[in-house]
Design a protein around this ligand. Sequence first.
Ligand SMILES: *[C@@H]1O[C@H](CO)[C@@H](O)[C@H](O)[C@H]1NC(C)=O
Length: 370
Amino acid sequence: MRFTQVACATVFAAAVYANPSPANNAAAAAADSTTLAANAIQSGSFNDGQQETGSEAGQAASATSVNNFINICAGKTLTNGLQFTTGSCNGIPMGDIPAKTSMISCIITNPQQNGAEIPSDTDFNITVQVANLVAGSFTNADATYYAAPQALSGGKVVGHTHVTVQDLGQNLNPTQPLDATQFAFFKGINDAGDGNGGLTAVVTGGLPAGNYRVCTMTSASNHQPVLMPVAQRGTPDDCTKFVVSGNGNTINVAANNGAKGIAAAAAAASAVALGPDVNVAQSSAAGATATNTAAAAKGNGKAGAAAAQASPAATNAGTANAGQAQASGAAAAKGQGQAAGKGGAQFGGGQAGGKGGKGGARRAKREFIA
Ligand SMILES: *[C@@H]1O[C@H](CO)[C@@H](O)[C@H](O)[C@H]1NC(C)=O
């Protein structure tokens, strides 16, 4: 019986893919329509799954829809390309899904499991080898976050990956989940690397001594986690744990409480505050105002010539309240509202990076130096 079902599915798939041109034409014609095309309706969502193939005891009934849930977000806060820290509803379709033979898989090749300890406050590279990702494609994360479906090129997902490093605390095997708002280093790897799946993130300045986990987060161009065609599979991502030794305790600028981390979060918050569809000219005008505010707050007239994206960030970080949702993680936890403001203002003034980082807080004496 199962064989019959599989055979039917195969025949159906063959029929769908045998003659792609008319389908593509229809898709193109329907692309700008504000109504759902009849041939885009997914009948698989008509039923809750309780009576269908594969039903098993204890399963949850699926939500159902006869219109692909096209109005699921009506009346809610729409994600709308923005990074709402308080949550939102995203109505953008999931998009193209690769074949099973093109599923993404990756391995972190440095740092290594049980590898040599990395000296604190010292540059090192996180290197990743990834298969079946057309790497190097990323969209504006402040304006087009989750704003377009996953897409393929040559049958492979187009996108990018990130590496995120988190502090594990006193040892490599904590028993409680880590706080996802806290990271010691975060970097989107936005280039195509060596062109053969080899990607690198340079951890400039290194990390404070401690125990860490580094993970990849593989994404489509618009930053959503990658979607794969079958449920039973290996993960597209990798994590590994490593030790940073010595006495260094300098927070990396790309930490959540480093200058870059604060500025990036503030920029995203500022984009939310401005709302969707704000073009560069508009944000530039807003930026000028924002910069002045930041400069006034800091008493620094040199903060004037800021980039459009950076200026709102400066405002949010520079004023104690506007960017609070984003910046407060570091500021409140460490009691460093002033430091956060300073970091943001420096970024707005075009002096991001090391200077902001050094201006930022140094970690208090760490209790978990290995
Ligand atoms: C890190 O990677 C960069 C770019 O590939 C390379 O130039 C540099 O030598 C590497 N640094 C280390 C410490 O391996």
